[in-house]
Design a protein. Sequence first.
Length: 277
Amino acid sequence: MSIYLGIDIGTSGTKTLAINPEGKILADAMETYPCYVPKPLWSEQDPEDWWQATVKSVRKVLQKVRVQGSEVKAIGLSGQMHGSVFLDKRDRVIRRAILWNDQRTAAECDEIERRAGGRKKLIKMVANPALTGFTAPKILWLRNHEPRRFDKLRKVLLPKDDIRRRMTGEYATDVSDASGMLLLDVVRRTWSKKLLSALELDVDLFGTCYESEEVTGKLTPEAARAMGLSTDCVVVGGAGDCAAGAVGNGIVNRGVLSTSIMSHSASSVALIRKPVL
């Protein structure tokens, strides 16, 4: 029997489900964790909480399905977009992750537009304007406000991709999630060297970009043991939660769109399927 796991690193908790090759859901589980607001408009979480929730939810699902870990052949990841996990050269977390709904980076958004040569030029580079929720302004905020921590910075990962690192030892992301970092040349599906140069950021800070269905690595012995799985289990690129949610709701054909409506103080999303007239 072959089993596949989908794991979503959400803002309120991590959800894991198991499916069979036909796509039938066999079991699911969720583990929650806190969100920290040390100052008004700030929003942070501890990446270690994500990992512990991942391990617990995977084990709960295996127990519900009553299968051996070796029967899990692949894992697909999704998760909250835009969040920043800052790692040092030993893969230690430098500070709590800054989340998608954090609003501290207005000045850094202005700085990015200025360094890029204006809003229009920025959008031409990365297909997005500078918004406070994105990853790039969070990196500049770290440099501007916590320079000692920035000096230790060696890698910046999105939430689901830090879980990928814990699973496989690889620094990687998928293009859908990377597109929300304000650093990806969306047309060419690779990091924008032009913008990175303007921001004085090294491309080595970021992982390799993959398509969602591509294999990004296999479970390490440590990760496999923690989750009760096999080192033969592969981890694919996956997607940011909005992209994954769109596919899950059937937004896969031309002429159908989805609209996400959310507040910065909440993680709930209203998804509407609507044909384009």
